[in-house]
Each structure stands twice: as structure tokens, then as C-alpha cells.
Unconditional design. Structure first.
Length: 126
């Protein structure tokens, strides 16, 4: 079984707030790249996956925007990991509503508000 940085075991609360998931091969298909390249993105922590109860690895569908990784996701993940977040913590933070944004950080990234999201992520380190 494939093991790498960027992969956490899913828990029911996180599963419920994320919603839609894609398998690693589905992500590769949407991004138009080999599965090995998606696994490299996971190892490099530019993308995040979890292990589902079935054993399958899955990526939040919100992390794929058309045929590319959601713009700004890699930088935000780096900030969160630098603050000491685990993969599960990062998922919870990205998918939990923040009234000051408004919406969730992942929604703000999708709306091209990366700077706002990263300011909040940086503030976590203070």
C-alpha cells in the first residue's frame, strides 16, 4: 500500500465537513497527469489526501479546480504545516466556516482570495 506525507486517516467529523472526495486516479484524470505525479504532489504537500475507511486514498474534490490544483492551496498548506498543523488539522481548518472571510478558507481560495486566507493562516503562528 502506498504511504506518503500528505495522507491522513479520515475521521467522521472531517469527512462530513469536506463532503465530496476524489480517488487519486480520478484526480490524475482531472488534472491530466499520471497517478505518479499526483502522488508526488501529495509527498510535496502541495495537495492533501486522506485514507478512507475502505483503505482507498482520496482528495477533497474542492482541491481540484477544473484541470488544475486549486490555486493557492500549496502555499496555504505550507503555512498551516509550518504552524504545526497535522493533515487532519489542515483539512478541518480549510473546511470550517470563518465568519471573517466569510465562508470557509477553501471557498475563499476558490474565489481567488488567497491573500485573505494566508493572512489568517499566518496569524495562527502568532
Amino acid at each position: 500500500m502506498w504511504e506518503a506525507a500528505g495522507v491522513a486517516q479520515i475521521d467522521p467529523p472531517t469527512d462530513s465537513i469536506v463532503g465530496d472526495w476524489l480517488s487519486v486516479p480520478d484526480v490524475a484524470g482531472r488534472l491530466g497527469m499520471p497517478v505518479s505525479r499526483v502522488k508526488q504532489l501529495l509527498r510535496d504537500r502541495k495537495l492533501l489526501a486522506v485514507q478512507r475507511p475502505s483503505g482507498e486514498f482520496a482528495v477533497p474534490a474542492a482541491f481540484v479546480d477544473g484541470d488544475q490544483v486549486l490555486h493557492g492551496l500549496g502555499g496555504t498548506l505550507t503555512l498551516l504545516f509550518d504552524c504545526g498543523f497535522t493533515e487532519r488539522d489542515a483539512l478541518n481548518w480549510l473546511f470550517t466556516a470563518d465568519d471573517s472571510l466569510p465562508g470557509t478558507p477553501v471557498q475563499a481560495l476558490a474565489e481567488h482570495r488567497r491573500t485573505e486566507v494566508n493572512r489568517r493562516a499566518q496569524a495562527l503562528a502568532l
